[in-house]
Design a binder for this molecule. Structure first.
Ligand code: NAD
Ligand code: DAU
Length: 357
């Protein structure tokens, strides 16, 4: 099986992974059709991430629709106007710290928004089998690991933050729509992404920006929590393989097989930023500050991604050191992108909640 799509509706296409996915589809992948980017442009969405593509492909292969996925009438109108034969659903509230401070937006967008999209797709597609709804999810739905073991696709769900609980709920809804209504669904659960266009609230871009700006580098708790890091384009290439050849009703784990303690990662990032920016290593190291831990901070995530490797032949292609260096160079050469994306609500939010920084 090799599905071919004419029109892909990308939700959350102005965000980090979504904008990279649109770049990947229009610039690198074996895709000749058109893309409709549906995004409501929260603090995390920035159309500048797609500026060149929007000029090159506007009205031919790229369309933007500003809409909220919770707004059923708007989603129905977009389905009726563009008749997509695939949806890749990335739109979400995505930051764990924000979900702890204000869970409601997470329930609205991640649960109700996903429900709305699924339901509109079911009505619009009316039992068709030549269509696909790919739901993007996270390894955080599986909970927290101890020193050993890996998340597989059959690991029981055990979400611990409002963010991961809302994503777990949306995963269950997506699979329920497959089992109950036969909506062709695929699902992927991925580990921590990094790369260009990531909002500087997440660990890697936040630390890069704080290094450049001479601010403290806040390490939560003892700094020994472990995450599995994957370059965003490797994630997107995996998703594209699933969309083309994945089995409906099946979920696929995606990961970097690249576990790092936060403090070890930061030590390496400090070295790379020092090399790339010319800032003294000792000065950057002195900015590292241990701060109060995140409540309910999951200790370790680690992914077993043998299913997608064995069944679809995907594998990671970006070495971590190379990916980190590319990412650092991107943030150093795109100060305007960061200035613009941080210019709104974000700075107020940081001031209110993390005055220490
Ligand atoms: P992001 O926060 O950078 O982008 C989210 C995008 O969704 C933004 O453009 C925002 O404007 C849009 N959006 C938010 N609410 C919306 C709504 N109600 N209607 C329409 N658009 C809305 O997020 P990201 O890091 O790119 O994550 C994308 C998806 O991937 C999310 O579903 C997330 O759970 C999942 N995921 C992320 C990671 C990661 O490491 N970043 C890892 C695994 C899975
Ligand atoms: O695992 C996939 C998930 O990865 C995605 O589903 C989420 O959308 C994404 O935000 C990410 O979640 P994390 O909570 O793991 O990412 P974050 O970048 O917020 O934090 C990574 C680790 O770094 C985590 O252990 C907390 C720690 N941390 C984070 C920040 C922002 C710090 O020590 N200091 C910080 O300032």
């Amino acid at each position: 099986m090799n599905r071919r799509f004419q029109t892909i509706l990308v939700t959350g296409g102005a965000g980090f992974i979504g904008s990279n996915f649109i770049h990947f589809l229009l610039e690198k992948a074996d895709f000749q059709g058109r893309i409709v980017n549906l995004d409501t442009l929260t603090y995390a969405g920035n159309l500048e991430s797609l500026a060149e593509l929007a000029v090159k492909f506007k009205g031919t292969r790229y369309f933007f629709e500003k809409a909220d996925i919770c707004d059923r009438a708007a989603v129905e109108r977009i389905f009726a106007s563009f008749a997509p034969d695939a949806v890749i659903h990335l739109a979400a509230e995505s930051h764990v710290d924000r979900s702890i401070l204000g869970p409601e937006a997470f329930i609205k967008t991640n649960v109700m928004g996903t429900f709305t999209l699924l339901d509109v797709a079911r009505n619009a597609w009316k039992g068709r089998h030549d269509v696909l709804f790919h739901h993007i999810s996270t390894d955080e739905v599986f909970g927290s690991l101890g020193d050993s073991g890996y998340f597989t696709e059959s690991t029981p769900y055990d979400p611990r933050s409002p963010y991961s609980a809302s994503k777990a709920s949306s995963d269950h809804l997506a699979l329920a729509y497959y089992h109950t209504y036969g909506l062709p669904i695929t699902l992927s659960n991925c580990s921590n992404n990094y790369g260009p266009f990531q909002f500087p609230e997440k660990l890697i871009p936040l630390m890069i920006m704080n290094m450049i700006e001479g601010k403290s580098l806040p390490v939560y708790g003892d700094g020994k929590n472990i995450r599995d890091w994957i370059y965003v384009e490797d994630h997107n290439a995996a998703v594209w393989e699933i969309m083309k050849r994945g089995e409906a009703g099946r979920s696929y784990n995606i990961g970097g097989e690249n576990e790092w303690e936060n403090i070890r990662l930061l030590d390496r990032l400090v070295e790379i930023v020092a090399e790339e920016s010319g800032k003294p290593l000792s000065q950057l190291r002195s900015q590292i500050t241990y701060v109060k831990d995140r409540p309910g901070h999951d200790r370790r995530y680690a992914i077993d991604c043998s299913r997608i490797k064995n069944e679809l032949g995907w594998k990671q292609s970006v070495d971590f050191d190379d990916g980190l260096r590319k990412t650092v160079r991107w943030y150093l050469s795109n100060p305007l992108w960061t200035e613009h994306v941080r210019s709104g609500e974000y700075l107020n939010w940081m001031d209110r909640n993390y005055a220490v920084r």
